[in-house]
Write a protein of this length. Structure first.
Lengths: 236, 423
């Protein structure tokens, strides 16, 4: 198990931390050495091997924390939010490492995360839970498609007070498959969005004094799926 | 292997964390330094002369033996052994230039002793039993194989009684000196030098006058284990806070292995701590234990039992190492006072005459509920008054019993609260 909290001993070196955990799993010394050497190399901590853990950066500590959960070479690995607080490079390294665990070494990895991008990139199967209840289990691809086809369009207006009026105007637009009023913007879904934008903008700007300030077109993500399934209320 | 690994990890943390050295060694040394500076030259009673009473019930040597013993054994045959010892007690002086007498012997009858002690007219009364001379003859007889002189008595039981106010710790000083005089007297007789019986006065009074620092230093050595509890509590909680318990729970290691390693590692540290403190107290600060260092060391190690009870109590109550360290650190001074480390505590009696098996008061006092009290009593009796392990057995039984009961309760809650928690 790789815990969410960083559970390392600050006054031990990287090597000593690994050896200590290996001994908690009663690993024979030679097997422990092999595993430790391999893991330290995989996660790029060789040059920090003899540094005290307290002198490592947050990202390095997180990486050490990950390999400490793998020192006994488990078949099933539970990864509880492995990447919070990591810089993009470290996150990419950890993602590669976790992906290798399943693809290269054939391990089963159960990853819990609040980062939908992380789940999307690393998982073969995604289960979405809310308030302890399992809402859906499927591949990321199927989950994305489950909220409907087409592109997601996010439109920001020059006057937020007229959002409701613009929402009403677009409700009967034939190209708009789905329409939502999300805090300070309109979010709509339509097929082949770039070709439909002119028509949609014209409809909005029929309202006097209202112009489109900003627009974004993107594909649906697991985050959209999550919001779609659980709503926008804040979680505890 | 797991226990060894946990101990190794704990020792590495101890070695690399400089605060640990401060708390375990330097802090107690600081206390020794402070009290040495304050009281190092202040003798208990200074060169005061102790007022005592000598009650001599000794019937002396039976007439039928006198002829046999004369002329080889002269004065004490004629007057009786107790009379001879009494004469020596009256004559001993301090080693100062004025040769101040150590004792002032008051002429008080046996019936008036209690009142004299109560009125502080005397510090102690020494009562020699009527068969005391026979006892000494018996000892000589035994020493020389029951056949040195025909007609010697055998199987004589006699006890010299010291009557004092049990709440007056300073009464122990004249008792210790008189005990040494009597011991020297007996040893001289039994060594075969029965002619003249000259006793080297200087050897009798060589080290019995303890300073106030000696009195407090004995307690401070015990206090070091209380201070250690603050550090070990913080270490225990830091392990829990830092996720060590979680690692253990999700690994193949068992909680009992963690606890065993903790016990072993901390006990080793206490052993080292006490050796260093004893060494420094004697060499640097002039602590002058009269009794056996080994016996004192055993008592100090036993006083680690309540330390564990305190540590695991903290472990079961607190969730933060800082809180545990601070609270136990603060409590240590309260514990120090409650167990009589810094000063004699008032007699708050819970039950009378139920503790006659120990060295101190026969009454059950409120402070007896604090286990360290018994360690402090025992180590003072050993270090200051040269008593043996047997003499303090009652105190040690109390120390162990009260500590083990407390420790068992603390361990139960610690194991329940710490290792049954779900991660």
């Amino acid at each position: 198990m790789i815990p969410q909290e960083i559970v390392i001993w600050d006054d031990l070196t990287v090597q000593e931390n690994m050896e200590y955990v290996a001994s908690l799993y009663r690993l024979p010394a030679d097997q422990a050495k092999t595993n430790i050497d391999s893991l330290i190399k995989e996660i790029h901590l060789e040059d920090k091997r003899h540094d005290l853990a307290k002198n490592l950066s947050g990202g390095l500590k997180r990486r050490l924390n990950i390999i400490m959960g793998l020192v006994h070479d488990p078949e099933i690995i539970v990864c509880d939010e492995p990447t919070p607080g990591l810089d993009p490079q470290s996150r990419a390294l950890v993602w590669d490492f976790i992906r290798d665990l399943s693809q290269k070494y054939g391990k089963t990895v159960i990853l819990t995360t609040h980062f939908m991008e992380e789940a999307d990139r690393l998982s073969d199967i995604v289960a979405i839970m809310d308030h302890g209840k399992l809402l859906v289990v499927d591949t990321p691809e199927n989950l994305r498609q489950s909220i409907g086809e087409g592109d997601l369009v996010e439109i920001h207006l020059n006057d937020d007070n007229l959002l409701d009026e613009a929402y009403t105007k677009l409700q009967d637009h034939k190209s708009v498959l789905d329409l939502k009023l999300v805090s300070d913007m309109l979010q709509l879904r339509c097929l082949n969005a770039p070709s439909k934008l002119a028509s949609i903008f014209n409809r909005i700007e029929e309202i006097e004094g209202l112009v489109v300030k900003d627009v974004k077109i993107r594909n649906a993500t697991l985050e959209d799926v999550f919001i779609h399934l659980t709503g926008r209320e804040l979680r505890e | 292997m797991v226990i060894q690994a946990i101990m190794k990890k704990n020792f590495l943390e101890f070695y690399r964390n400089k605060i640990s050295i401060v708390l375990l060694i330097l802090f107690p040394l600081f206390f020794l330094f402070i009290f040495h500076t304050a009281f190092g030259n202040l003798q208990i009673g200074g060169v005061d002369t102790y007022s005592i009473a000598l009650i001599n019930h000794d019937q002396g040597i039976p007439t039928e033996l006198k002829d046999t013993l004369q002329p080889s054994l002269t004065s004490w045959v004629e007057d009786g052994v107790a009379a001879n010892i009494s004469a020596i007690i009256e004559q001993v002086t301090y080693n100062d230039s004025a040769h101040t007498p150590i004792f002032s012997v008051k002429d008080i009858s046996a019936d008036a002793i209690d009142n004299a002690i109560k009125n502080e007219e005397i510090a102690v009364a020494v009562v020699f039993p009527e068969n005391y001379s026979l006892l000494v003859l018996n000892q000589i007889n035994l020493a020389y194989g029951n056949q040195s002189i025909p007609g010697y008595p055998t199987a004589v039981n006699a006890t010299i009684e010291f009557i004092r106010d049990i709440n007056n710790p300073l009464a122990n000083i004249p008792i210790a000196i008189i005990t040494q005089i009597i011991d020297t007297f007996h040893n001289t007789i039994l060594s075969g030098d029965r002619q003249g019986l000259t006793i080297d006065q200087q050897s009798v009074v060589r080290g019995e006058i303890n300073s106030v620092f000696d009195y407090i230093a004995s307690g401070l050595l015990v206090f070091a284990t209380v201070l250690a509890a603050a550090y070990f509590s913080a270490q225990l909680l830091a392990d829990e806070q830092g996720g060590t318990m979680m690692r253990i729970k999700i690994s193949d290691a068992r909680p009992i292995e963690y606890v065993s390693a903790f016990f072993l590692q901390t006990f080793l540290l206490v052993m080292i701590q006490q050796v260093i403190l004893l060494f420094c107290a004697i060499i640097i600060f002039g602590f002058h234990p009269v009794g056996s260092l080994f016996v004192g060391y055993i008592i100090l190690l036993l006083s680690s039992i309540p330390m564990y009870a305190l540590v695991f109590s903290a472990g079961s109550i607190f969730r933060s190492s800082d809180t545990a360290g601070n609270v136990i650190g603060f409590s240590s001074s309260i514990i120090g006072f409650a167990s009589g480390i810094f000063t004699e505590m008032p007699s708050l009696v819970l039950a009378r005459n139920v503790m006659q098996f120990r060295s101190g008061s026969p009454d059950l006092l409120l402070w007896d509920l604090v286990p360290w009290t018994h360690a402090v009593n025992a180590i003072r009796v050993v270090f200051l008054y040269d008593q043996s392990l047997i003499d303090v057995a009652g105190d040690l039984v109390l120390l162990v019993v009260t500590s083990v009961i407390w420790l068992a309760i603390a361990m139960y809650f610690y194991m329940r609260n710490t290792f049954r928690r779900d991660y």
